[in-house]
Design a binder for this molecule. Structure first.
Ligand SMILES: CC(C)[C@H](C(=O)O)[C@@H](O)C(=O)O
Ligand code: SF4
Length: 469
């Protein structure tokens, strides 16, 4: 019998037609929408007088442009004119098209990639798209999930289908037991360090192996989230009991007899044992140290115990890029990462702002204070429900006692599209996924790391190996 990968199965089950020129038409089960990448798509539909095909297959939420303070003021509390307009337009577009909206003042509001799984709107076996590159996150629930561009957003709204080319498959297997203080974030940063930011271009990555089997769905989301930073369009993890426990009881999950029927189907959402992948990579997770980026691309990463590279020792073709990155980051060749002074700390983003991330941070900072060297440390939960849960568990009190600012949900300082930004030259320990020049504010310097590593930096004021705390 032919053996299929999970990607093949999801693809085949959603294939509507094969188009001339090698493209295919895929049926899309779920479309998520945010305020930044959707206005032009709605405007184009309006102009062409085309209706939305299936409003209830969509869900919209404002997240990128929203403030993380004074949330009770609603849209009026957004100071920036463009941001306010984007959020208003999303409200208007949803009202006109009857697309469900989780609005700014709704307790369920949050980062689109956090609330999909949280609400049970991301379900195993689905195809899911969103005009946002980190849509790969949802693949942790055995879905085929991809980021799309604005013209594709329009196409999906109008037809509930996507024109797509089949990706190649890359299986990334992790074996070994993670050291205490080493997390899924370190696994994926180390992977990107080896593959490079274009290393998985044209591929869907399936994460597999015993280490991945032992991870929670939330940690698997961290892996899938950053697949895009290795160039992959999608990340996937096969369905198992961990997935089942995560999905059970969520608002959008089926129940009763429907649940039984669903899980019978979902249990087949794994790659067959002898399925052929186009490529394989293997990592020893047991040998990993916490990872920290030192440069201006996620592939510019090293173990916290390591050093910043020496451009003169690198292959000639890479030297200029390395020099430029070091100059931007204000670092000298060969400098140790440990001990590097940090100005600000950002714990949040669709990579690492779920309840488990916050629990890990709390267990480290409980009873301690921020280093006086830190100008500001903010914790931004991935959703209003994560925020509520953290407050119920007493985590928020722990953060505030330690000197962290406890904010409302949104993309926040992951990117400079709202009030939360770095000032030029400021160095930030950040749990987000991109460290490009100016990503967190013009001239800001980003070091990507895990939540516990960011918490360690907050307590000591310098980049610190959390395993020694
Ligand atoms: C603004 C949005 C379209 C963008 C993305 O596509 O990922 C953002 O979420 C990001 O993380 O850079
Ligand atoms: S948290 Fe960051 S990476 Fe995630 S969707 Fe928002 S801006 Fe993009």
């Amino acid at each position: 019998m032919t053996q299929h990968t999970l990607y093949d199965k999801l693809w085949d089950r959603h294939l509507v037609d094969t188009l001339p020129g090698g493209e295919s038409l895929l049926y899309i089960d779920r479309h998520l929408i945010h305020e930044v990448s959707s206005p032009q798509a709605f405007a184009a539909l309006r102009e062409k007088r085309r209706p939305v095909w299936r409003a209830d297959a969509n869900l919209a939420v404002p997240d990128h442009a929203v403030p993380t303070r004074n949330r009770d003021l609603g849209v009026a509390g957004i100071r920036d004119g463009l941001a306010r307009q984007q959020v208003r337009r999303l409200q208007d577009n949803c009202r006109e098209t009857r697309i469900p909206l989780i609005d700014l003042t709704d307790q369920r509001q949050g980062i689109v990639h956090v609330i999909g799984p949280e609400q049970g709107l991301t379900l195993p076996g689905m195809t899911l798209v969103c005009g946002d590159s980190h849509t790969s996150t949802h693949g942790a629930l055995a879905t085929l999930s991809m980021g799309i561009g604005t013209s594709e957003v329009e196409h999906v709204l109008a037809t509930q289908t996507l024109r797509a080319r089949k990706l190649k498959t890359l299986r990334v297997r992790f074996h070994g037991e993670l050291d205490e203080g080493v997390t899924a974030k370190d696994m994926v940063l180390a992977m990107i360090g080896r593959l490079g930011t274009a290393g998985a271009t044209g591929f869907a990555i399936e994460y597999a192996g015993p280490t991945v089997a032992g991870l929670s769905v939330e940690a698997r989301m961290t892996l899938c989230n950053m697949s895009i930073e290795a160039g992959a369009r999608a990340g996937l993890v096969g369905y198992d009991g961990v997935t089942e426990d995560y999905v059970r009881g969520r608002p959008g999950a089926p129940d009763g007899a429907d649940w039984e029927a669903a899980v019978t189907h979902w249990r087949g959402l794994v790659s067959d044992p002898d399925a052929r992948f186009d490529r394989d990579e293997v990592f020893d997770a047991g040998a990993l140290a916490p990872q920290v980026t030192w440069g201006t691309s996620p592939e510019m990463v090293a173990p916290v115990t390591g050093q910043v590279p020496v451009p003169d020792e690198a292959p000639p073709g890479q030297r200029d890029d390395l020099r430029r990155a070091l100059a931007y980051m204000g670092l000298t060749a060969g400098q140790a990462l440990e001990g590097l002074p940090i100005d600000r700390v950002f714990i949040g983003s669709c990579t690492n702002a779920r309840i488990e991330d916050l629990r890990q941070v709390a267990s480290l900072v409980r009873g301690h204070r921020l280093s006086p060297r830190i100008r500001q440390a903010i914790i931004v939960p991935g959703s209003g429900l994560v925020r509520l849960q953290a407050e119920r568990e007493g985590l928020a009190d722990i953060f505030e006692c330690a000197g962290f600012e406890w904010r409302a949900a949104g993309c926040s300082m992951c990117l400079g599209m709202n009030d939360d930004r770095l000032a030029p030259g400021e160095r930030c320990a950040s749990t987000s996924n991109r460290n490009f020049e100016g990503r967190q504010g013009k001239g800001g310097r980003t070091h990507l790391m895990s939540p516990v590593m960011a918490a360690a930096a907050a307590l000591t004021g310098v980049i610190t190996d959390v395993r020694g705390l």
